[in-house]
Design a protein around this ligand. Structure first.
Ligand code: 6PG
Length: 237
């Protein structure tokens, strides 16, 4: 595991942003679009604010495309919406072209319709090829979930679909999530993990043998490209 430990969530978020911008600068030499899959939860909210406050000027927003690796099936104005959190912390504060923002369409009548529509949007954006996000940001739940892939979720076994409508043992239960088909194709993966309550699950994932599939959803995300675990001291222990 490529693990990097920082004094606090701020230092951790800054390091992740600097790494993201370094990859972005590198990739601009070859491609003009930079696709990022964002995560929800509290940990990245700090990172998104810092992005707007301190890294806004050095980000070529016209090239950056933002997607969400998971979303709650609530309206975009709901306090539980990952889009709303990102919008308040980041989108409303930076000059990203509206066409570069790709939220999950949670305004559709059913979660399955939203999943189908989001998958169609990915197909269009990635020209029918397997989505390979330049950077995907992921979190870690205390029981090992990542995105909205919770332990024992049937979506963990998905081999075809890119976006799944799932029922999560969390509030709100109806969610949309990228499946491992997408998350295992990412070019660069950053896990952002902060807080003492994550110590135990991190230890459990780290001590699993490489030879068997992980019993934790986060441990099942093993793309061929680099995976960096950004931790704060409290989580690292
Ligand atoms: C979500 C997430 C989820 C999150 C973890 C960690 O929408 O809830 O994408 O997978 O990353 O639950 O969240 P915290 O950073 O808040 O601990």
């Amino acid at each position: 595991m490529d693990t990097r430990v920082f004094a606090d969530p701020d230092a951790m978020s800054r390091a992740a942003l600097e790494e993201l911008l370094r990859i972005l600068r590198d990739s601009m030499a070859r491609r003009s679009r930079f696709a990022v899959a964002l995560s929800g939860g509290q940990t990245p909210a700090r990172m998104y604010s810092l992005w707007a406050e301190h890294y806004r000027a050095q980000t070529p927003w016209e090239h950056v495309h933002l997607f969400w690796s998971d979303e709650r099936f609530v309206s975009q104005s709901d306090p539980l919406s990952n889009y709303r959190m990102t919008s308040e912390a980041l989108l409303s504060r930076v000059p990203i072209p509206p066409g570069n923002v790709h939220p999950v369409p949670t305004n559709l009548p059913t979660p399955q319709m939203a999943a189908d529509a989001y998958e169609a949007e990915l197909r269009k954006f990635f020209d029918g090829t397997l989505p390979a996000f330049d950077v995907q940001l992921l979190g870690l739940g205390v029981e090992g979930h990542t995105a909205s892939l919770f332990p024992e979720s049937p979506a963990l076994e998905e081999m075809q679909r890119w976006v799944a409508a799932v029922r999560a043992p969390a509030e709100p239960p109806h969610r949309l999530t990228f499946t491992p088909v997408v998350l295992n194709s990412g070019r660069n993966t950053f896990f952002l993990v902060a807080g003492k309550n994550k110590q135990q699950i991190l230890e459990a994932i780290r001590s699993e043998p490489d030879s068997k599939p992980s019993q934790y959803p986060a441990g099942r995300i093993r793309p061929a490209g680099p995976v960096i675990w950004f931790l704060d001291k409290a989580a690292a222990g």
